[in-house]
Design a protein around this ligand. Sequence first.
Ligand SMILES: Cc1cc2nc3c(=O)[nH]c(=O)nc-3n(C[C@H](O)[C@H](O)[C@H](O)COP(=O)(O)O)c2cc1C
Length: 193
Amino acid sequence: MPDQTAQIVLDTIRQRRTVDLLKLNPDPVPDDVLEAVLTAGTWAPTHGKHQPWRFTVFTGEGRRRLADLFARAYAASSAKDAGSPEAQENQRVRVMKAPVWISLELHVPQPPRFPQWEEEHALAAAAQNILLAATAFGLASKWASGPAMISPLTAQELGAPELRGFIFLGYAAEQPKDSSRAPLAEKVVWVSE
Ligand SMILES: Cc1cc2nc3c(=O)[nH]c(=O)nc-3n(C[C@H](O)[C@H](O)[C@H](O)COP(=O)(O)O)c2cc1C
C-alpha cells in the first residue's frame, strides 16, 4: 500500500479534472498560490535543462488585454464564425470568467540541440505540473487550445515563437464532473520474465 505522501500525490493526480470556464466562481487566486503553482511548473523534467517554457500570467485587469487579444486572434483565425462580431465578443467575455490565464509558450533554444519533440514534451510536463499543483491548492483548471489560444497572432503579441495553448485556473462553483480512463489492461503490456 502507498504511504501517506504517495497517497496524497496519487489522490491529487486522480482529482484533477478539466473544468468548464462557466463553472468557475469569480474569486481571485492569491499571488503566493500562483507563484507556488508556476514554480511547480518549472520543476518539470527538461533535457539538457533547456527549460523551454515561458509563461505569461494574466490576472485582474490584465485579463482585459488578453480578452482584446483573443477577440482579434479569433477574428483572424480559420474558425467558421471568425467573422462574427458576436463570436469575437464571446471570446472577450469568456476570458473574464476565469481569474487566471497562463500562456504555454515554447521557446526552443537556437540552434536546436535536441529534437523539437523533446522540448514540446518538456513544456507539456510543465503544464501538467501546473495543473496538478493547482489541484493540490483546490483550484479547478483547464488546458485550452481553442483557435485564439494557439493563434500565431496571440503568440506574436506575447513574444512567443510558438504557443501551445493556455491554462486557466479558478475556484469551481460546483463539484466538477468526474472523468474516465480506459482500463490499464488496454494500455499496458507487462513483461516480467
Ligand atoms: C494539449 C491539450 C489541449 C486541450 N484543449 C482543450 C480544449 O481546447 N478544450 C477543452 O474543452 N479541453 C481541452 N483539453 C482537455 C481535455 O478535453 C480533457 O483533458 C479531457 O476531456 C479529459 O478530461 P479530464 O482532464 O477531466 O480527465 C485539452 C487537453 C490537452 C492535453
